[in-house]
Design a protein around this ligand. Sequence first.
Ligand SMILES: O=C(O)CCC(=O)C(=O)O
Ligand SMILES: [Fe+2]
Length: 222
Amino acid sequence: MTGPAGSLFPRERKEVAPGAVHVPDWLTLEQQQELVAACRGWAAGPVPMRAARMPNGGAMSVRTVCLGWHWQPYRYSRTADDAGGGRVAPFPDALGVLGRAALDAAYGTGSGDAYSPDAALINFYDAAAKMGMHQDRDERSDAPVVSLSLGDECVFRFGNSENRNRPWQDLVLASGDLFVFGGPSRFAYHGVMGTRAGTADPRLGLSGRLNITLRATGLQQR
Ligand SMILES: O=C(O)CCC(=O)C(=O)O
Ligand SMILES: [Fe+2]
């Protein structure tokens, strides 16, 4: 598979599967820079970035900090019970605005009007990090998941809703790309096969990859 790095032609918006839409270069460089700065702030606390532990005891290679609700395999809570116990920072209004604009971009104007994500996961991938095939299914809502990529490119694998095996499609997610999965694709398996170290735009001042996913948990506000 080829990348977008050094790509001669603009990459096309693509509906990868029904309800799963890739919008390349959705964020401007300035928006990307602002989000990178915001991620640094979120990573500074009150809850630290940490590699989540799986029930089998193994740690994920990705490090994560959450906003709105703290996620750990496989539940959400208001306190970071596996990362010092602090109360998770509130979900920023600006991410809700971005999430609604993301659905408009993916599905058409107005599609985002009723979208109110209340949790964000900020994932950091160093050169060695990956994320195995999984479903996002700890939410009690079938509202779409919005994913934003910053920094190094990655190979993102988008599979089917039955199991973690084929059929799947591999695509490159580059900095500024939007990926939305909802509707019939909301519970599709997906994962990150690896990043391409050193492909980030130097103007971002980021070595590695950040991914922000927005979700509506469907959990009670309290
Ligand atoms: O990093 C990505 O692009 C995907 C992240 C993801 O699937 C997750 O946080 O559940
Ligand atoms: Fe996921």
